[in-house]
Write a protein that binds this ligand. Structure first.
Ligand code: TGC
Ligand code: FAD
Length: 392
């Protein structure tokens, strides 16, 4: 793969909206990605293998629980710092950002928000340091966009719960030490349970043959009469709103992360357009290529503004779920379109692993689907503006 010459576009001087701490956090993540991710990631993606050795680096840059308080091992940062870290990681690879998103927003967040003090103390420091990795089980074979229909369930056996069911498409599942699993009790109410590797009847087979997020490990979570200790139930929130609250945090991170992938594609195409000579001129001198680049930087700038404003709202507890949906949907679609255009600008080289663009493009096909598909987020916006519910 080519050396990482990334230079971040900032067309509207958005750095002026960031604090010194934001820039420090972002620059540390950027340097780490250049040093420890870019040189190896293409090879791992080609081999469809998660690079375990980056776990410590992710913990060191604060990617595991950026906004979780320091008393629980988190970095105690604000929401914009969280977003910037996700942006930088996804600039390297969406699959690596997935690993961090799941650990932070889908595993640490529910334990922090819905768990008790004993659960916070037991799990959060180990998750923040990367000593333990977590996964999040919501999606099932027959219930993806409609998680409220889940059939995974548990029964109260007196001194423990008995868990049965299966989750699929679960990031980090093949190597997780714990899984936050959403299941219905005997009254049909959804609760979160912490399931630990080693519990009898719990298995995590890996999903193979993915053409997307190849450097991220994806698998199933299977529960065959798993005895879960009662102290592993998250006591402080139940109902579908509990997992959906975690998704708000993860979708917020993705709205920022997608900008990173788009920036990398744009920056690569811009550099290539000045170096590649056809018909005696750099291809960047042709109007059709300039149109692509001009539209890319315009869309990236709009997405940056959307993410920044959402960050301010979220930091002040004012961001609605529908606002988060809009940013996730817009920014991922923006990144996917830019990846496709950038790939064309590199001609044949665009399909080569010498450059990051094709990998970003394939990764973004998952990002546009997980955490709520493009169309589901459109319907969430539609519901918000009309008050009419397309899901019922
Ligand atoms: P609905 O009746 O609308 O809502 C049920 C309850 O939930 C509340 N709620 C929310 N709460 C917090 N945050 C949100 N975003 C919320 N959205 C809704 C709602 O107020 C209600 O509360 P209550 O108290 O009245 O019960 O639910 P519905 O069954 O009609 O479904 C709505 C729909 C379709 C929008 C929702 O289910 C949905 O978002 N579907 C998409 C599923 C999804 O995003 N799955 C993601 C799985 S995790 C994943 O993909 C990880 S990828 C990780 C990676 O690698 O990065
Ligand atoms: P479906 O829900 O079957 O949707 C199929 C199509 O129908 C989509 O285009 C959808 O938009 C459309 N559709 C569905 N309902 C409607 C409707 N009402 N109106 C209009 N169109 C509709 N899940 C987890 O729980 N944890 C994870 O860690 C996780 N990681 C993932 C990693 C990867 C690589 C992938 C690909 C997925 C992951 N997922 C995870 C699952 C992901 O969230 C789901 O794939 C996603 O929510 C969509 O569900 P589905 O695949 O079952 O599609």
């Amino acid at each position: 793969m080519k050396p990482d010459l990334f230079q971040a576009p900032d067309y509207y001087n958005l750095d002026e909206l960031l604090t010194d701490e934001h820039k420090l956090v972002r620059d540390a993540a950027r340097e780490w990605v250049k040093r420890d991710v870019s040189p190896i990631i293409e090879d791992y993606a080609q081999r469809a293998e998660f690079p375990n050795q980056i776990i410590k680096g992710l913990a060191d840059i604060g990617a595991f629980g950026p906004y979780i308080p320091e008393e629980y091992g988190g970095a105690g940062l604000d929401q914009i710092s969280y977003g910037l870290i996700m942006q930088e990681i996804e600039r390297g690879d969406s699959g690596v950002r997935s690993t961090a998103s799941v650990q932070s927003s889908l595993v640490m967040y529910p334990i922090w928000k819905y768990g008790n003090e004993a659960q916070r103390k037991k799990y959060l420091p180990k998750l923040a340091s990367g000593e333990w990795m977590g996964s999040f089980g919501l999606t099932e074979p027959d219930h993806g966009s409609n998680p409220g229909g889940m059939t995974t369930n548990y029964k109260d056996m007196g001194d423990h719960y008995l868990l049965n069911g299966a989750k699929m498409w679960i990031s980090n599942s093949p190597f997780c030490q714990i899984a936050v699993v959403w299941a219905k009790n005997e009254e049909g109410r959804i609760h979160g349970l912490i399931v630990e590797r080693g519990m009898e009847g719990f298995s995590t087979p890996e999903t193979h043959n993915k053409w997307s997020l190849r450097a991220s490990a994806t698998g199933e979570l299977i529960f065959d009469n798993v005895k879960v200790p009662k102290e592993n139930l998250l006591p402080n929130k139940s109902g579908l709103g509990a997992p959906l609250g975690c998704l708000d945090s993860a979708r917020f991170g993705i709205a920022w992360g997608a900008i990173g992938a788009a920036m990398d594609c744009y920056d690569t195409a811009l550099r290539y357009s000045k170096e590649r000579i056809q018909f005696g001129k750099p291809i960047g001198q042709f109007q059709l290529q300039q149109k692509k680049l001009a539209e890319m930087i315009t869309e990236i700038t709009k997405a940056q503004l959307l993410a920044w404003r959402l960050g301010v709202l979220r930091e002040n507890g004012k961001a609605t779920s529908a606002q988060i949906s809009m940013a996730k949907r817009n920014n991922v679609e923006m990144a996917l379109k830019i990846a496709r255009e950038a790939r064309q600008m590199l001609g044949g080289m665009g399909i080569s692993g010498e450059y990051s663009i094709m990998r970003h493009m394939m990764n973004l096909e998952s990002v546009v689907t997980y955490e709520g598909t493009h169309d589901i987020h459109l319907l969430i916006t539609g519901l918000d503006v009309t008050g009419l519910n397309a899901f019922k």
